[in-house]
Every structure is written in C-alpha cells, then in structure tokens.
Ligand binder design. Structure first.
Ligand SMILES: [Zn+2]
Length: 144
C-alpha cells in the first residue's frame, strides 16, 4: 500500500504531487500551477461519486488499518515485556499481548471510523454546493 508516486501534468509535465500513493475522499481534480490545465485525479473522488464497491473497500481498508496499528501496539508491548522481564513466562506474555491487542482495537477502530466519518461529512458539504457540482459536471466527473 505504501508506494511512493509522483504525479505530473499530462500537458506540461510539471510535478503537482509527490508522496505516498493513497486512495482518498476529496476533490477529484487539481489545476496545474504551471499551465492552468485541469487534471482529473483517479485516486481521489468524492464519497457520492464512489461506487458501492469502492465504498465497501474504503470501510474495509479503514478497519484493516486499525488492525495493523493495534498489531503494532502488540509488537511494542511484547518487546517492552521481553526487555523488562528477566525470566519471561511466555504464557503470561501471550495473554498480556491479547489484552494489549483488545485495548488497541478498542482505540484504533473508533478512531478510524471517526476519521472516515469526518471525510465523508466534508465530502457531503462540498457536494451540497451547486457551484461545485457544476465544476464537477464540466470536468465530466458528474452526470445529470
Ligand atoms: Zn501543466
């Protein structure tokens, strides 16, 4: 998932974005700072413009990311326990890990859902503007 990408303007070649490749909820186009060309972004769309499948994928990725962060907490927890204990009892370490994992998930899943909900709310606010909808229509991103 963490692939680095560089995106450049198809008309003049100016780089307008460089960093980690992410699928995002947001404004699906940018204006090139060099030549003024409107560039359609394939990796960013408004929530309303996403297909049902894309929406499901987004929710799954949110949960998956939360699981990864919680797993990270377990690894750190195990390392701390291993470093702090002289005669480590692995059964205890394993049960402690499960507790850390459970607490981790209780923290990371709600955070993920809150962040996703915030993105969706902001997307809906943008989509509520008739001016913005006209912009999307002229870019060919919105029909009707
Ligand atoms: Zn350009």
């Amino acid at each position: 998932m963490a692939l680095r990408v560089t995106r450049s303007c198809p008309s003049c070649g100016a780089v307008f974005e460089s960093g980690l490749d992410r699928r995002e909820i947001g404004i699906p186009f940018v204006e090139c700072k060099e030549c003024g060309q409107v560039i359609i972004l394939n990796h960013i769309t408004e929530w309303e413009l996403k297909s049902v499948w894309q929406k499901c994928a987004f929710i799954l990725i949110t949960i998956w990311t939360a699981v990864l962060y919680a797993s990270g907490a377990v690894i750190i927890g195990c390392a701390v326990e291993w470093l702090a204990t002289e005669n480590i009892i692995w059964m205890n370490a394993a049960s402690h890990s499960l507790v850390v994992y459970g607490i981790g998930l209780l923290v990371t899943i709600p955070i993920g859902i809150v962040l996703l909900a915030k993105d969706i709310r902001q997307s809906k606010t943008r989509m509520a503007s008739p001016k913005y909808r006209v912009l999307l229509m002229s870019a060919g991103l919105l029909k009707d």
